[in-house]
Design a protein around this ligand. Structure first.
Ligand code: DWN
Ligand code: SAH
Ligand code: ZN
Length: 416
């Protein structure tokens, strides 16, 4: 299959195909089993700008709404991470007489609550009403909307120029990339910075983290692709920092050309990407073959444990778990339930495979023999929380970077 690149109009051809899949966060009530939206989950690389992107898109209004299941404050690690970036902006960027920071995809206010407490002017732009309400309850000012060119222009009119526009795991969700950057151009001050952190194609491939591929993640950025995107829309990549979030992300800093010095690590990451062949379609095709082998291994392991009478459950129902279970054909016959700490996911069914999601108490009250760690990027926090499980002989099953039955210690190291 071929499509036109959303960034530059070049040709994008399918390179990794994960088959018919539901929306990753489309958790169902038991009576909603027959209402699921499926689409062809596949990615390809643009032959011109090398941006990797979904071949088929799920409309944003179907993905983000008043029952959005993901709450960004659902882990200690993420709360700490976003409090730290907020303090960085307060100390380094929001120093003018009347500074303004705008966050695209502020979710439940996990970052902006620190800014609000500091009494600094801010605005969250968040289309999912339920999480926007949580942000407001924390004192965060929120505009319930999808950010695009019109939104950027309107915020400039009502609030003035922004010194910082921030996004985390959101910019890669936005398919209307031309309108997005036109909105940034409208909103950002002359010396302002557009800072955003997104899962990194380099670590998705390097760690075989194929479960990061799903409907919400429209783009899978590299520094090289972002360099081309920035230039196309009148900006410059002035910094690119490899961070551990979500198993490996890049925090990009864009500015207007010549306004900020370019950090040396931008060139270092570009060189690493060249060495890793990240701009070559063949790299994606090898990745496609690797995950097909991983699928066979994971299903064979689960089947052999079932045959041996061992009880296996899932731990964590991140968006990623929808991709793994549907791609591998893992249903309640192999994993009878998954526990997750998000109240809005409990009592619901995992999209596609309809594995029931229960509260974590089900795990601690009746520990299984094995647990597949779907929230592997939270491994340290989870294995510490469930240390009694491993102490009693329970074993974690992981599949990133490869299928393995591990002790708690080795599992904890997975988070990166
Ligand atoms: O890009 C996105 C990122 C920001 O978050 C969105 N597409 C949606 C979402 O992706 P995700 O669901 O893969 O994010 P997480 O943070 O890996 O999800 C972790 C899941 O694990 C949550 O549902 C909460 C759960 N969890 C748990 O049950 N016990 C997490 C921890 C730390 C725990 O102790
Ligand atoms: N920033 C948080 C949440 C990421 S989940 C974190 O990193 O954990 C992605 C968020 O982006 C969701 O809350 C979703 O509603 C929001 N979003 C999606 N498209 C958007 C758009 N065009 N403008 C603003 N927010 C958007
Ligand atoms: Zn392109």
């Amino acid at each position: 299959m071929k499509i036109d690149c959303r960034v530059c109009g070049g040709v994008v051809e399918t390179a990794v195909d994960l088959g018919r899949q539901p929306m990753a966060n489309g958790f169902l009530r038991p009576d909603q089993r027959d209402t699921e939206h499926f689409f062809d989950l596949a990615i390809g690389m643009c032959e011109r700008c090398t941006t990797v992107q979904l071949m088929e898109e799920v409309p944003q209004e179907m993905r983000y709404h008043s029952a959005y299941r993901y709450q960004a404050s659902g882990s200690v690690g993420h709360r700490r991470h976003f409090a730290a970036i907020a303090r960085h902006f307060l100390d380094q960027e929001l120093l003018g007489p009347d500074p303004l920071i705008v966050e695209i995809g502020c979710n439940d206010g996990v970052m902006l609550e620190t800014i609000a407490r500091a009494g600094v002017r801010h605005l969250g732009v968040e289309p999912s009403g339920n999480v926007a309400a949580v942000a407001r309850s924390k004192g965060v000012r929120v505009r319930e909307d999808f950010f695009d060119e019109a939104t950027g222009r309107d915020i400039r009119r009502t609030d003035g120029p922004a010194d910082v526009v921030f996004g985390a795991n959101t910019i890669c969700h936005i398919a209307h990339v031309h309108s997005l950057f036109a909105g940034i151009d409208e909103l950002l001050s002359d010396r302002g910075v557009f800072v955003f952190e997104e899962p990194y194609l380099g670590t998705i491939i390097g760690r075989t983290a194929f479960d990061q591929i799903y409907d919400e993640h429209v783009f899978y950025f590299t520094v090289r692709a972002m360099h081309a995107i920035a230039r196309q829309f009148g900006f410059e990549v002035v910094d690119a920092e490899h961070i551990a979030m979500h198993g490996g992300s890049i925090r990009y800093t864009l500015a207007r050309p010549g306004r900020r010095p370019v950090a040396a690590r931008v060139g270092e990451l570009l060189a690493q990407e060249r060495a890793a062949g990240l701009a070559e379609r063949a790299t994606l095709q090898r990745f496609d073959a690797t995950i097909s082998g991983l699928r066979v291994e994971l299903v064979e392991l689960l089947r052999s444990l079932r045959s041996a009478g061992r009880r296996v459950v899932g731990y964590g129902a991140p968006g990623k778990s929808t991709t793994v279970t549907n791609f591998c054909g893992i249903g309640p016959d192999l994993i009878p339930y998954i526990v997750d700490s998000t109240p809005e996911k409990q009592g619901h069914l995992l999209p596609g495979t309809h594995i029931p999601v229960l509260a974590p108490e089900a795990f601690s009250e009746d520990p299984p023999d094995h647990a597949v760690l779907f929230s592997w990027n939270h491994a340290a926090e989870i294995t510490a929380k469930e240390s009694a499980f491993a102490a009693a002989g329970g074993r974690w099953i992981t599949y990133v970077p490869r299928v393995a039955v591990t002790s708690a210690g080795a599992t904890a190291a997975l988070a990166g």
